[in-house]
Ligand binder design. Structure first.
Ligand code: FAD
Length: 333
């Protein structure tokens, strides 16, 4: 039997880390890509922001994302007086990430209002996608609310009445967090997300013309949202996707009172843990039609396709895996 000559110590420095890297400056291929797909003027304007977000993503955001995942959101259904409030309490690390993405970089607003990040007009979509790619390398889940808010603004802009646009677009496109109202889209029901045409949520009109919704939505991300776009079948409408209308359901009515929908619980997910996904019941929730009554599904599909950034988010996640796995700052080893 041999005796070890040196003591066996726990492994040190065994894990590669990306902490402290600038995810933009370290990614030469991405820099070249941005330069080649953006107009020179756009690239010059975007570059300082890409560099800034690259640095934040490799440091502050990375730490915040880990902390937020360890401290998932909590549902607060009632206030101290026992009134239904359906609030989602977020950890301070998540709030700080919201400031970075909605506020500092204006990712949800930049395609809708001029002036964000110094762009004289609305920022080109490609800038949004490039920034999303960098952000996703440290925090993926929060890009869901960003994307949902962005696409709510797009759908309302494209199909909403002038009254709805005036009331809600300034909030959906705000970069000041105190004024921002996040948006979301709740379509999926227990009948299955793939078969939207089987949706059972119904819409009925009161005598005064106000639409009201009854039904359950089974996967409701951005459960804290102030505004939800949702699909429901007006009484008497045909079966399938052809009979679905799109409705805007605010959390609070114009008079400030809480609308009649509740969050039954938050889901205990495997991933995107810091972003609240719930299960919601509409119990006569006041709702406003967006677009044509019979085109709800078509409108949803068209807008989500144009607005979605799953490509850049997925690419960001892959890039992070390869940078981390390679153990090399440049990710090229
Ligand atoms: C983290 C998370 C957040 C979400 N947030 C939201 C949200 O905010 N709003 C919202 O509306 N939805 C949300 N969803 C739901 C999402 O849209 C659905 O999960 C998705 O549409 C799939 O539906 P499902 O999970 O009911 O699966 P199902 O529709 O039951 O499908 C299960 C499996 O069967 C397959 N399948 C289904 N039909 C067929 C067929 N005809 N032929 C062959 N294969 C088939 C599918 O490909 C899948 O593999 C979220 C989901 C997740 C995981």
């Amino acid at each position: 039997m041999t005796t070890p000559s040196a003591p066996i110590l726990p492994a040190q420095d065994a894990m590669p880390t990306t902490r402290g890297l600038n995810f933009y400056l370290e990614d030469r291929s991405f820099q070249l890509l941005c330069q080649s797909v953006m107009d020179p003027e756009v690239f010059e304007r975007a570059r300082p922001h890409l560099t800034a977000l690259g640095e934040i993503a490799g440091s502050e955001l990375d730490a915040l994302a880990a902390e937020a995942d360890r401290n998932p959101p909590v549902l607060r259904p009632f206030d101290a007086q026992g009134r239904r409030v359906d609030e989602v309490v977020k950890h301070p690390s998540y709030r700080r990430m919201e400031e970075i993405v909605f506020g500092r970089f204006g990712l949800a607003a930049m395609a809708h209002r001029p002036g964000v990040l110094g762009f004289p007009d609305r920022a080109p979509q490609v800038v949004k996608y490039a920034l999303s790619y960098l952000f996703a390398q440290s925090e993926f889940g929060l890009l869901c609310p960003v994307n949902m808010t962005d696409s709510c603004a797009r759908m309302l802009g494209a199909f909403g009445s002038e009254e709805l646009k005036a009331r809600y677009l300034p909030h959906l496109t705000a970069t000041d967090l105190a004024a921002l109202w996040q948006g979301t889209q709740w379509m999926t029901e227990r009948t299955g997300g793939s078969d939207v045409g089987a949706s059972t949520t119904v819409a009925r009109r009161d005598a005064d013309g106000q639409w009201r919704l009854w039904g359950d939505k089974w996967f409701t991300s951005v459960a804290n949202a102030e505004l939800a776009l949702t699909l429901a079948r007006p009484d008497g409408a045909p079966e399938g996707t052809r009979g679905l209308a799109m409705f805007l359901v605010p959390k609070h009515l114009p008079d400030g009172s809480k609308n009649n929908w509740t969050i039954n619980r938050l889901k205990d997910k495997l991933g995107s843990r810091s972003m609240a996904t719930g299960e919601v019941t509409y119990a006569g929730a006041a709702a406003w039609v967006v677009g044509d009554l019979g085109s709800g599904f078509k409108q949803t599909r068209g807008c989500r396709t144009r607005c979605g950034r799953p490509g850049s988010c997925g690419a960001g996640c892959s890039r992070r895996s390869s940078t981390r796995g390679s153990g090399s700052p440049s990710g090229t080893r």
